[in-house]
Design a protein around this ligand. Structure first.
Ligand SMILES: C[S@@+](CC[C@H](N)C(=O)[O-])C[C@H]1O[C@@H](n2cnc3c(N)ncnc32)[C@H](O)[C@@H]1O
Length: 472
């Protein structure tokens, strides 16, 4: 049996051979890291077998580094917050946009610093740290250019516009940079207080959203949602609104239509999108199924935005009364008793179990015998092999919600490749004192509130898996 490092390096070389052969067959190539990111150059990822090979190479490369790097050094590197420090300075000072506007082939740090209004002696150190991690290039001493990763720091608007109005800075963008900004600001600052929140007996076992690390970081004791609506958070609220579209923008426009058979619903059916935000989950459903009726419920300020959104996107649906937006608190009694479907997309992960039980109970009390509950959240998976796959026979789709285990010696869950869900889980803990959940966990919550999980519609991205439940 080859040593582990030889097995890992073989997994890497096998995977890179698959990638290069596949690309060569199509007359394309993996773009160089030195060039700015270009979505048109990403088609190679769609070639048969390539995504699996990419995952194998990345997972194995990370495991190889973890194996070869001296463990005390790994620990120290985990401890430093240098990455976030350098990344945030470079991002907030718009360095990528400045380089692009001053001449993409390389700009002296002094020229960058004048525009960014920061000390060049400090900025150069930040950029050098990042360039050593393949973010920006230092092509001559003190001269920096963008590369594939740093070019994604560019919000995509002229520098003058970015600095003139922080509220509208992200408007009209895909949301990726807005999410990036949100993560490095309120999320990271709050995360720095996670240990204080988890170790203080007053908050350690709390399920209250006000006891999340966010409250310690910003000296509040209110929920994330209430905090965001305070007048001083106007820039953050605007950014968060755009950020929430980021993950959706990475998916095909009709992603919602894969799973539950939304097209089978008729004019006698009613979808209630509970805490539906501006209603962008149900918009593709309402477009694809011109008969079904829809009610979107959320907080007052969000409903106002939602009405604007539908007036821009699909005014006929509002005008005919087929789609309605209504103010409703998530925890108040559900007034609609004849819903065909209650939809909860990216809602339960915002709340601890105590509150999820309340949400599910409220909906159960309002459900008719034929009502279906559709839950969309990321599904958490164990790192080890999944012992619950025997449920597969009972709940169709349960087993395929988890991708097949990675080849040994990789971690069964593919390690770093699938880390997004675990990151999102911590994100929820930090901001809301809440979490992502495994299917077992969700199933238990459903059963304790009078619902039974009947089907899982898996999604390869793990962002849009739909879980269907019915009243017991
Ligand atoms: C992560 S967003 C998801 C929105 C929507 N379901 C979607 O998938 O686009 C969470 C939503 O919960 C709403 N929300 C939070 N607390 C609420 C409450 N107490 N009552 C009603 N809505 C609430 C927020 O305003 C926000 O629109």
């Amino acid at each position: 049996m080859a040593s582990t490092i030889l097995q890992l390096s073989k997994l890497i070389s096998d995977a890179t051979a698959v990638i290069t052969d596949s690309c060569a067959g199509a007359g394309t190539a993996v773009p160089e890291l030195d060039a700015p990111f270009d979505p048109a150059q990403e088609a190679w990822r769609q070639r048969p077998g390539v995504q699996l090979a990419v995952d194998q190479a990345i997972s194995a490369a990370h495991q190889l580094i973890a194996t070869l790097q001296p463990a005390p050094l790994s620990v120290l590197r985990m401890g430093g917050s240098y990455h976030i420090t350098a990344t945030r300075v470079a991002f907030e000072s718009n360095v990528a946009t400045i380089i692009k506007e001053l001449g993409g082939n390389g700009v002296h740090v002094d020229a960058i610093a004048v525009k960014a209004k920061v000390d060049p002696k400090k900025l150069v150190r930040v950029l050098r740290f990042l360039a050593s991690q393949h973010v920006f290039r230092e092509i001559e001493p003190d001269v920096f250019a963008n590369n594939r990763i740093s070019s994604c720091f560019d919000i995509g608007k002229p520098f003058s516009e970015l600095v003139s109005n922080p509220v509208t800075k992200y408007e009209g963008t895909s949301g990726i940079t807005a999410l990036f900004g949100h993560m490095m600001d309120e999320m990271s600052k709050s995360g720095a207080y996670a240990w204080e929140a988890l170790s203080d007996p007053k908050t350690a076992f709390s399920e209250e959203p006000e006891d999340a690390p966010l409250s310690r970081a910003f000296g509040t004791h209110i929920t994330f949602w209430d905090w965001m609506e305070e007048p001083e958070q106007v820039n953050r609220l605007a950014r968060f609104g755009v950020a929430m579209r980021a993950w959706q923008n990475t998916l095909p426009a009709d992603a919602m239509l894969h799973g539950f058979n939304w097209l089978s619903l008729t004019e006698n059916d009613l979808i209630v999108d509970v805490a539906g935000g501006i209603g962008n989950a149900v918009l593709p459903i309402a477009r694809a199924n011109p008969a079904v009726r829809v009610i979107i419920q959320d907080r007052p300020a969000v409903i106002d935005d939602g009405i604007k959104y539908w007036n821009e996107e699909y005014p006929e649906a509002l005008d005919s009364g087929r789609v309605k937006l209504e103010i409703r608190d998530l925890f108040a009694a559900q007034p609609i008793k004849n819903a065909s479907v209650f939809l909860l997309r990216r809602i339960l992960h915002d709340w601890s179990d105590k509150y999820v039980r309340k949400i599910l109970t409220t909906l159960r009390e309002a459900a008719a015998p034929s009502t279906k509950l559709l839950i969309i959240d990321s599904i958490m998976h164990y790192v080890c092999a999944d012992p619950t796959l025997s449920k597969a026979g009972v709940v169709p789709g349960w087993a395929s919600a988890r991708r097949p285990d990675a080849p040994p010696p990789l971690l069964p869950n593919w390690g770093t490749v699938g880390i997004g869900t675990y990151g999102s889980d911590l994100h929820m803990m930090i901001l809301h004192n809440s979490q992502e959940r495994t299917l077992t966990h969700l199933s238990t919550l459903l059963e304790s509130t009078g619902w039974r999980m009947v089907r899982v519609y898996p999604d390869q991205t793990n962002l849009m898996s739909q879980v269907e439940a019915v009243p017991i």
